[in-house]
Design a protein around this ligand. Structure first.
Ligand code: ZN
Ligand code: ZN
Length: 255
């Protein structure tokens, strides 16, 4: 009997300390989230005007201007460069009538992305941000999710183009990032659900959509996330970047 009381007393003591320590842990994590350091991976978004942590979100502000040459800059712009010949998939380039205009984009993405219970479709317009601050778009053309086919020949020398109000964007592998600023196997950006986007290469192999799930990604460790993370990959075959919607719960884009 005495032994039982002793046991239950020490059990209570353990329980008490467990409760105290879990309370303290919670307390300190709440404290640190108030003046939290920005995880270093986000500093790779070198084209951002500002990056901040707002609660459970990372807020990334950009002007959405490509930092590489484009035939879509005004001809007197220092980054203007004429372009002719073939573009993505060997299509003969045909310039669209638009010119690149400075944007005011605010991407708010989850700091700790999670798989969504109900996956949401991506919409037209920005669905993510590339490292240079340029918007990432899905595999469709406006206004009613038309196939991209008729737009592909208007991709410039780095496979981007501006839409009607001059917002420059990439639907497919951004060549300047995969060949100059990062690598074909490197980090390229983030989608609005907070999950990262990588180039088309992995372990020396060029991926196709067949290597990925229906959202156009998969999970495993990467250089930036050694503990493993879900991530999207660009591929040369459609849907190029995203398949049937966001894998996680998307944040917001305001423009
Ligand atoms: Zn487009
Ligand atoms: Zn991968």
């Amino acid at each position: 009997m005495a032994k039982t009381i002793l046991l239950s007393k020490s059990f209570l003591a353990i329980l008490f300390f467990a409760l105290i320590s879990s309370y303290c842990e919670k307390d300190s994590s709440e404290l640190s989230s108030n003046n939290q350091d920005i995880p270093s991976v986000y500093s790779k978004i070198y084209g951002a005007k500002s990056i901040s942590i707002d609660g459970d979100y990372v807020t990334i502000k950009t002007e959405g201007m490509p930092d590489h040459k484009s035939v879509y800059y005004e001809t007197n712009h220092e980054l203007y460069e004429s372009f002719s010949g073939n573009t993505f998939e060997g299509n003969p380039f045909r310039k669209n009538p638009n010119t690149i205009v400075t944007q005011n984009l605010t991407f708010k993405i989850p700091l700790n992305p999670e798989k969504a219970a109900n996956n949401r479709a991506t919409s037209l317009g920005p669905i993510g941000v590339a490292l240079n601050g340029v918007a990432l778009y899905n595999q469709y053309a406006g206004p009613n999710n038309l196939e991209l086919t008729h737009e592909i020949n208007s991709f410039d020398q780095y496979y981007g183009h501006p839409q009607g109000v001059g917002q420059y964007h990439y639907h497919v592998e951004p060549l300047y990032l995969t060949t100059v600023k990062s690598t074909r196997a490197g980090l390229i950006g983030f989608l609005l659900d907070g999950f990262p986007v990588y180039g088309p290469e992995e372990d020396g192999k060029t991926l196709t959509s067949d290597d990925l799930d229906s959202f156009h990604g998969h999970s495993h460790p990467t250089d930036d996330f050694p503990n493993g993370i879900y991530h999207y990959h660009f591929t040369a075959d459609p849907p190029y970047l995203n398949g049937s919607g966001y894998y996680g719960n998307p944040g917001t884009i305001s423009q």
